[in-house]
Design a protein around this ligand. Structure first.
Ligand code: SF4
Ligand code: SF4
Length: 222
């Protein structure tokens, strides 16, 4: 999932300060799972904002809603009535959702209420960790299901680098060495012999290095 964290309250307050009526929109997908921008967080932030401005003697009207998916035009269309009643939209979705609202409602100010972080997974209650950088040419099949691009601090494709100590990365004792994890996994799969297969140079144009990317499915396009 895409992970995110709510922005600091001071920054949020400054986004809303110049408006008297705003629409606060959450998303039911990734940001709900990582407890950053779902229905519950919309309610909490709306209350905090009202209280903040009430103390300043200002009345901020907030319409609260949460869409099934904020990165999908089908759901964004549902906002048309509410958007028409406000001066600005405060989005609690990831950066994709914020941009889709800006694309659809061209004459409205749109502000992000969360900082979008990374594609990750839940390690345990309250902890999410990076797992994928969307490189566009997945190598998990030859690395035992552990991503060296997202999980090795140097993104090296033939590791370890020599800085690994006791299974930890040289950047911090709190960070597992991805290549140690890969080795452990290869071992448990009985594939130690494959570990030394050299991974050749990659074409990074499939990653972000080739500019903004698109997926075009001719069989689905209208
Ligand atoms: S190899 Fe690429 S696509 Fe596969 S998990 Fe790593 S970054 Fe993601
Ligand atoms: S110690 Fe391991 S994870 Fe850290 S940079 Fe080197 S190979 Fe990558």
């Amino acid at each position: 999932m895409i992970t995110a964290e709510r922005k600091p309250m001071e920054e949020i307050v400054e986004c809303a300060r110049n408006f008297s009526r705003v629409l606060l929109v959450g998303c039911n997908e990734c940001v709900t799972v990582c407890a950053a921008g779902g229905r519950k967080e919309v309610g909490l932030l709306a209350s905090a904002l009202r209280m903040h401005f009430m103390k300043e003697g200002k009345n901020l009207e907030i319409i609260e809603t949460t869409l099934e998916r904020q990165c999908d035009p089908e759901y964004i269309d549902e906002l048309a009535d509410s958007v028409g009643q406000v001066d600005a939209v405060l989005s609690m979705a990831c950066g994709c959702g914020v941009q889709e609202i800006a694309r659809r409602y061209k004459d409205k100010h749109v502000f992000p209420m969360v900082n979008t972080k990374f594609m990750g997974a839940s390690e345990r209650q309250g902890v999410w960790a990076e797992r994928c950088q969307g490189c566009g040419d997945c190598v998990l099949g030859i690395t035992g299901g552990i991503c060296p691009i997202a999980r090795c601090s140097k993104r090296i494709l033939n590791g370890p680098c020599g800085g690994s100590t006791g299974g930890k990365c040289e950047i911090s004792p709190d960070v597992d060495c991805a290549w140690q994890l890969i080795w452990d996994r290869m071992k448990s799969l009985g594939q130690e012999d494959r570990y030394e297969e050299v991974m050749g140079a990659r074409d990074w144009r499939t990653s972000r290095d080739g500019g903004p990317r698109r997926i075009i499915r001719e069989d689905m396009a209208l």
